[in-house]
Design a protein around this ligand. Structure first.
Ligand code: HSE
Length: 397
């Protein structure tokens, strides 16, 4: 029997306590020994919680307890969480986390500290909630070069875009609804501005291409400026709009970006709606593999964290962990160079749009939209010339 601790008793932390208590035999079988929750670290007290007797307020209690071999980090952010995770690893305790900010920003350094101390840092829950994509990338694609990885990586924005599409509602209205339902945070910036998806595509790129891709290099556009006109035009064109994180390799170089895309009907991602996420991996010799499931939520994410805790305990002497190398910006190329068709919306006259873009022009409410020929971002700007573009999104063909 080994002892575990949870740091942070919010949505995911309370879910980890629940999953640990709910499936002790299965977890003991997976870990090859029992895993008993000893401490929950939080600044607050939770007198009503069934785990009230485990609450502590002093991190040093976990750090200095030799019985605790594995810790779930559920604090969030990359400040206190970073310090506590580093100190746990230095105290020879494995850590499981779903904290994508921490892994995207500090993963390389923390994985090195884990290695130096003979323990594991695991983060299956950091991307795609309950979708088992981290283990899949580190283990099942180890014999094949990955060409591209992309997907719907943020549940909140996928819920918002699905509602806008199905109900023709304004972005602001749907965001309030998402906040009422508890999908979107009170401060939804990281979700709606694409920052959360940026962190997640960086982690997928790190694992896929074995290089540390910095979030600072990644061009990131969110969904804040999306209008019902965009979703209506997209539907008329036989497409749905989805926020994608995408990373791909060209020779030895890699790019990554986050932006809304038009997904044509018939593509798998077209039907991934609401809080579902999906990740597509394209590898040499394999082609496309598609993974889909609940992208957020207490129990899907907590389940991934607990599976990592069990795995870390089971492999305590094998230092089971993901690896990638440090890299500078010379490994990265600008995603604007990628060629695709584009959806563009404008208040220009239909005839002007037709002349510039040479495609079928859709009109509604004094605006028009067109699907362009394949081109890169610079060619798009040149082709548009003085036509004011209200929206310009790539099409995922
Ligand atoms: N805010 C995140 C999302 C939570 O909406 O996807 C899961 O990472």
């Amino acid at each position: 029997m080994t002892k575990a601790a949870i740091m942070g008793y919010g949505t995911v932390g309370s879910g980890v306590a629940e999953v640990l208590a709910g499936n002790p035999e299965k977890i003991a079988w997976s870990a090859r020994q029992g895993v008993e929750l000893k401490y929950i670290l939080d600044v607050r007290d939770f007198p009503e919680s069934p785990f009230a007797d485990k609450i502590i307020h002093d991190f040093a209690v976990i750090e200095s307890d030799p019985e605790v071999s594995v810790v779930a980090e559920c604090i969030g952010g990359a400040t206190i969480a970073y310090e506590y995770v580093r100190r746990c690893l230095e105290a020879h305790k494995s850590v499981a986390t779903s904290n994508k900010e921490l892994i995207a920003e500090k993963g390389l350094e923390l994985l090195g500290i884990a290695r130096d101390n003979g323990v594991s840092l695991m983060f299956e829950g950091a991307v795609g909630g309950g979708i088992p994509i981290i283990r899949t990338l580190t283990q099942y694609f180890s014999g094949n070069k990955i060409n591209e990885v992309f997907g719907i990586l943020n549940a909140t924005t996928n819920y918002i875009l699905t509602q806008m599409n199905e109900c023709g509602l304004e972005f602001g209205e749907v965001l309030k609804d998402a906040q009422r339902r508890g999908y979107a945070e009170a401060d939804p910036t990281a979700d709606v501005d694409g920052i959360d998806a940026c962190r997640k595509i960086c982690i997928l790129a790190d694992l896929s291409f074995s290089r540390n891709i910095s979030p600072a290099w990644v061009k990131t556009t969110g969904v804040r400026s999306m209008t019902p006109a965009d979703t209506a035009f997209a539907e008329e064109m036989g497409c749905a709009i989805k926020l994608l994180g995408r990373s791909l390799r060209r020779g030895d170089k890699v790019t990554a970006y986050v932006a809304p895309h038009l997904i044509p009907r018939g593509k798998v991602l077209y039907d991934v709606n609401g809080v579902m996420n999906a990740v597509v991996v394209n590898a040499e010799g394999i082609g496309d593999c598609i993974f889909t499931g609940a992208g957020a939520g207490k129990l899907p994410t907590a389940s991934a964290v607990v599976a990592d805790m069990a795995d870390a305990v089971r492999h305590a002497y094998e230092e089971k962990r993901a690896i990638w190398e440090s890299a500078d910006e010379s490994v990265f190329f600008d995603s604007d160079e990628l060629v695709s068709r584009w959806y563009v919306r404008s208040s220009a006259a239909p005839v002007e749009m037709q002349r510039a873009f040479d495609g079928a022009v859709y009109t509604a409410g004094g605006e028009c939209a067109v699907l362009t020929q394949p081109m890169d971002a610079r060619q798009l700007a040149e082709t548009a010339g003085r036509i004011p573009l209200l929206s310009a999104f790539r099409v995922l063909d």
